[in-house]
Write a new protein. Structure first.
Length: 175
């Protein structure tokens, strides 16, 4: 594919795209024995995740990475989630970053994080934060570090009837 990667604002009709991307990433993780991050079931079959995708699509913080007319990644930015330690200064928080694994190796996730940094700078913010799954071998944490983030706080999300979810908050200072 020779199309240039672009980033466009999301809209309410993009909720199914978010779910498709999450389903694909979940299947990819499960196929590699990495079900701790997002479980084994498709997001599109989970009423909680469907509602979350609809909130993201209508909340004003959704951005989609596009190759031509094909959505290949999603970014949601806004306020930090309630389960992470609060920032000590104004920030922009990455609530979701997911890419289509069929396009792996094209730096789509990195481009979306660069877009998040641009948004933060436009808003006069000097801090971009994200949280991610910190279990298994820590590969996701290391990926964010390669994107310029530094580890800050750890946390655990307790989930009834399921294993606790270990998380890592990472921060990136913006010039």
């Amino acid at each position: 594919m020779t199309d240039t990667l672009t980033v466009r604002p999301g809209e309410p009709a993009d909720a199914p795209t978010i779910l498709r991307l999450l389903d694909g990433a979940t299947a990819w993780l499960v196929a590699r024995g990495r079900s701790g991050q997002w479980g084994t079931e498709p997001a599109s079959a989970d009423p909680r995740r469907i509602a979350q995708a609809q909130e993201w699509a209508t909340g004003g913080g959704l951005w989609l990475a596009m190759l031509g007319d094909q959505p290949v990644g999603a970014l949601v930015v806004g306020a930090a989630t309630e389960y992470v330690p609060a920032a000590t200064e104004p920030e922009l928080y990455v609530n979701l970053l997911v890419t289509d694994r069929a396009y792996a190796g094209r730096a789509i996730g990195g481009r979306l994080l660069a877009h998040a940094a641009e948004l933060a700078r436009e808003r006069g913010l000097g801090l971009l934060r994200v949280d991610c799954y910190a279990g298994a071998d820590g590969a996701l944490v290391r990926w964010y570090e390669r994107q310029g983030f530094t580890r800050t706080d750890t946390f655990t999300v307790r989930r009834p009837g399921r294993e606790p979810w270990p998380g890592q908050v990472l921060a990136r200072r913006l010039p």
